[in-house]
Design a protein around this ligand. Structure first.
Ligand code: GDP
Length: 425
């Protein structure tokens, strides 16, 4: 079986966690390859409802190996808290089921401090960070000033390296921001505490993946956020600090030689966006509030109300191309069920010219959406499981998106539960 990546096509929150939870059944290994605890993948299954931040969504399936690859921002404390939370809901997590790459860099307590301090300094120009330390973490990783998870196994060497970094980081904390320095004791206590808890899970995951691939096992690569948040190809600077594209999955997972045969791009049936930055198709007022409520569009990590709008075909086509999607999972179609007319953003108007192309980031503020509307179906579709049972208007809506973005829609999701979907093949 081919390896598969499940990725976001838009701004994130498309329902990737729900798709990974569904599809893990078919795969042997699920790997998170980028990002950190800043996102929330909501999963609803037989154990209950979960907002996963760092744990791979395959954690609920017996017999599935879950891996946190070298590309993730490994916050030991947040990961441990999340594991304890998931365990408290009746899900077993053992070192046989979860492996952490020894090459993953550690997100340290000062990364979260710096995230908050910088957003406070920026005041009304803040990026809308979730303050989980992701941007400071990746900056330090590129400066080669982080610790690797594998260093936890040699305490003396770890201490020497950690104290070197601490000396450097305190210059920024105290000198630039006027904050309290981090003390060597508190840093070492943090590393000792969470390091001991998580050491049993840390190993050479590249070796493990290579062996698994040689044994014919299939992998599912799980991304966080969406194409428009990619550090290189997204709406810079309103992106995340890592690469959210499927193309990065082999590198961030620990098996750069892996070939991905299938890329499922997750698209929501309308648009949502968390945080700052241009959002061309944004709706306001009552219409927006109704959609937000119908879709329960409040951040899984922060509880922040998400900005909402109609489906944006320009951005979605761009996301599909950036992800090299071979198929689409369209989620939350049921949320549109009440609408008599469904608005759709078909093109952008930029300086008086209509365009199908997603513009350079700095031009987005000058774009206006070109809107049309299509008939709604005005009936509850959450119970449907076969394509031919869907109302004609719902099928037309799906086919319209499929045609506009040039990629087959293989799955249509009509509810948050594991089985609430239609497979179109
Ligand atoms: P992710 O980060 O891409 O996994 O997305 P989130 O978890 O942040 O947001 C998706 C939300 O939509 C979650 O609350 C899911 O339970 C919910 N969801 C996913 N698919 C559907 C669907 O088809 N219908 C409805 N009503 N909710 C869905």
């Amino acid at each position: 079986m081919k390896h598969c990546a499940i990725v976001g096509i838009n701004w994130g929150d498309e329902g990737k966690g729900r798709m990974v939870d569904l599809l893990t059944e078919k795969y042997d290994v699920v790997i998170r390859y980028q990002g950190g605890g800043n996102a929330g993948h909501t999963v609803v299954n037989e154990f209950g409802k979960f907002a996963l931040h760092l744990l791979p969504s395959g954690i609920f399936r017996r017999g599935v190996l879950n891996i946190l690859g070298n590309g993730v921002a490994l916050d030991l404390e947040n990961l441990w808290t999340e594991m304890e939370q998931v365990r408290s809901q009746g899900v077993d997590i053992t070192p046989e089921m979860l492996k952490i790459s020894d090459r993953a860099s550690l997100l340290l307590p000062w990364h979260r401090m710096l995230d908050g301090l910088e957003e406070a300094r920026l005041k009304d120009r803040a990026y809308g960070s979730t303050k989980q330390g992701i941007a400071p973490f990746y900056s330090d990783k590129y400066q080669k000033k982080t610790l690797l998870a594998g260093e936890l196994f040699d305490r003396e060497a770890l201490r020497a390296h950690a104290l070197q970094l601490l000396e450097w980081k305190n210059l920024t904390l105290t000198g630039v921001y006027g904050a309290e320095p981090v003390s060597p004791d508190s840093l070492m206590a943090w590393l000792d505490d969470f390091g001991e808890k998580l050491k049993p899970y840390i190993c050479d995951t590249s070796k493990l993946l290579r062996e698994a691939q040689n044994a014919g096992k299939s992998f599912l690569f799980e991304a966080q956020l969406g194409a428009l948040r990619d550090l290189d190809y997204g709406i810079v600077p309103y992106t995340t600090s890592s690469n959210t594209l499927a193309a990065y999955a082999p590198v961030g997972s620990g098996l750069p030689e892996a070939r991905i045969g299938e890329v499922i791009g997750v698209v929501k049936a309308y648009s949502t966006c968390v945080g700052e930055g241009p959002f061309v198709c944004e709706m306001f007022g009552e219409e927006a509030e109704r959609l937000r409520k119908a879709g329960a569009e409040y951040g899984a990590k922060t509880g922040r109300p998400r900005r909402v709008g109609p489906i944006d075909l320009v951005a979605t086509r761009y996301g599909v191309r950036m992800q090299a999607a071979t198929g689409i999972a369209l989620t939350k179609l049921d949320v549109l069920s009440d609408l008599k007319e469904i608005p759709v953003c078909t093109r952008y108007l930029l300086d008086g010219q209509e365009t199908d192309d997603f513009p350079f980031p700095t031009l987005l503020d000058r774009c206006r959406p070109v809107l049309t509307s299509v008939p709604g179906w005005q009936q509850d579709i959450s119970g449907f499981r076969r394509w031919e049972d869907l109302p004609a208007e719902a099928r037309s809506y799906v086919e319209m998106i499929e045609k506009a973005v040039g990629c087959p829609i293989s799955y249509v999701s009509v509810g948050p539960e594991r089985d609430a979907y239609i497979f179109r093949g």
